[in-house]
Design a protein around this ligand. Structure first.
Ligand SMILES: [Fe+2]
Ligand SMILES: [Fe+2]
Length: 300
């Protein structure tokens, strides 16, 4: 796990990849409540993405937009603009799942409002006595947090692209396409937040610290998110609660990332000479995007 890099047989990753937003839309009319059949824990663990990402990715965009004027590298600026375009459509697409649920009487507002508060207030712009130095420090701190989250989204994206067990379990094709289209774009732009942080600061201890703070908070949000979704799930009895044994069992069957993978990826990122280009395959991501039903429909 530690120091495990993507290697070997995959074709060499394309250079000078231009990040393009794909204007996808998804139709949730036929989405079953448990879109991985008979797997409420797997379904809702994946569903937490819909709770966190609309608010989270909009926050990325706000913070990145503030950083654009500080960038002194034309290629990086172009990548950041491409990143912003992709994240905007990610946020919108996950939001569309929440809207679908709401139309079906499943209200996620109580949870989403807390997530929203966290991103917009706790992690929002602060009045730092208008000192430009303090404002820039707070911006860079948030860029370090975004780089850490982007490492996690790239890891999850790579996982989704390779999760053949979800197909075998009969997971809903539209939802799988959402996860893989998004996952592929996360793999595509996995170095952008890292490179932006490096360009403006890049201190290792700061990057490592941001991950060591971010990862437990993400885990806590995820656990609470799954518990929330179990409570509002109309097809589960009131007394049905998520259980850790089901999480470990799902990981064992490759229906979710394993705890070992999740912890390993955190520490891997905290290593001094880590760079996102050292793991995951851009070629695989680009290949998926060339066949993704949503991406193809967006192109047509
Ligand atoms: Fe995203
Ligand atoms: Fe991203």
């Amino acid at each position: 796990m530690f120091g495990h890099h993507h290697k070997g047989s995959a074709p060499k990753d394309p250079e000078n990849l231009v990040l393009q937003p794909r204007n996808v839309t998804f139709d949730w009319t036929d989405l079953p409540t448990h879109w991985v059949p008979n797997e409420p824990l797997v379904t809702h663990t994946c569903n937490v993405l819909h709770l966190l990402l609309p608010a989270g990715e909009r926050w990325f965009i706000d913070v990145f937009a503030q950083a654009v004027p500080l960038i002194e590298d034309a290629k990086l600026r172009e990548a950041v603009v491409g990143f912003i375009g992709q994240e905007a459509i990610h946020a919108r697409s996950h939001q569309s799942v929440l809207d679908h649920w709401k139309a079906r009487g499943i209200d996620t507002d109580p949870y989403v409002q807390q997530v929203d508060w966290m991103f917009r207030k706790a992690l929002g712009d602060r009045d730092l006595n208008s000192s430009p130095k303090h404002r820039e420090e707070w911006l860079i701190e948030r860029l370090a947090i975004i780089a850490a989250i982007e490492h996690i989204t790239a890891m999850l994206g790579n996982w989704a692209l390779n999760a053949a067990a979800l197909d075998a379990a009969g997971a809903d094709a539209t939802m799988l396409d959402l996860l893989r289209w998004h996952g592929a774009e996360e793999v595509e732009h996995r170095a952008v937040a890292f490179d932006l942080f490096t360009h403006l600061d890049g201190r290792w201890h700061r990057r490592a610290r941001a991950m060591l703070v971010t990862a437990p908070i993400m885990a806590w949000l995820w656990i609470r998110g799954v518990a929330f979704l179990f409570r509002v799930d109309p097809e589960l009895g009131r007394r049905v609660k998520p259980r850790w044994v089901h999480f470990f069992w799902a990981g064992h069957r490759r229906l979710l990332p394993t705890a070992r993978q999740l912890i390993g990826t955190t520490f891997n990122y905290a290593r001094p000479f880590y760079h996102p280009s050292k793991e995951f395959s851009t070629s695989q991501a680009v290949a998926y995007l060339a066949t993704s039903p949503a991406a193809l429909a967006a192109e047509a």
